[in-house]
Design a protein around this ligand. Structure first.
Ligand SMILES: [Zn+2]
Length: 217
């Protein structure tokens, strides 16, 4: 269609990528080759939460919805970016900061909210996994109260690195608000409101899935 442009917000899946030490580096290896079999395929080994991915409620909440049971409407819709790019190393993003960032583009019920910290500039560096800015519990409570349908962030973890009990994951996922992590390129979206799409794979009882996240502007 005339005038529509797709902005890719997704990190590349490859062996040398940022992944928490508890998870394996993804392995992508040739399975068949054109020379031997007439057609080429690769086999993949990785956890569901590799690269740009979405967390299903069942990632933290027992008996909650798995990724194949979440309505697809959740992963597509009207989105806003909240500019929190001045929150750097180990910064805590509080409800008051979300409210301030929201003044430019108010959050409404059913919105998709993407939190831009520009932390993705440290992708593949040690600091990326250790010292990310993260949301406080009261920031999660605020987004829950706003009845947003999906929250995304350009860090590996929406929680603060010192929050060992993952309050933000627990608050949002208990309310069936999935979380997308490891987004990238949020700074290149100039529109204040746009269409966001990030469809998960239909993994039976999956706790999450890699997604191809895009903004349509
Ligand atoms: Zn995850």
């Amino acid at each position: 269609m005339i005038g529509l442009r797709i902005i890719d917000l997704t990190q590349v899946i490859e062996h040398e990528m940022s992944i928490f030490p508890i998870d394996p580096q993804p392995v992508i290896f040739p399975w068949t080759t054109i020379e031997a079999h007439g057609f080429a395929t690769n086999a993949l080994f990785m956890v569901e939460h590799t690269g740009t991915h979405v967390d299903a409620p069942s990632h933290f909440i027992k008996h909650a919805r798995s990724i194949d049971a979440v309505d697809l409407e959740t992963f597509q819709g009207s989105a806003v970016v909240l500019d929190l790019a001045n929150f750097g190393e180990n910064a805590m993003i509080k409800a008051v900061d979300i409210k301030k960032a929201e003044e430019k583009n108010g959050i409404g019920k059913g919105d998709i909210v993407l939190i831009r910290t520009d932390w993705d500039k440290f992708w593949r560096k040690d600091i990326y996994l250790k010292s990310n800015p993260g949301l406080s519990a009261d920031a999660a409570q605020y987004l829950k109260k706003k009845q947003v349908k999906l929250v995304g962030i350009d860090t590996p973890n929406i929680d603060h690195p010192t929050a060992s009990k993952f309050p933000v994951h627990n608050i949002l996922l208990a309310k069936n608000i999935p979380i997308i992590e490891n987004l990238t390129n949020l700074g290149s979206i100039e529109k204040s409101r746009f269409e966001f799409i990030a469809m998960p794979l239909k993994i039976k009882q999956g706790t999450g899935s890699p997604v191809r996240a895009i903004a349509v502007v």
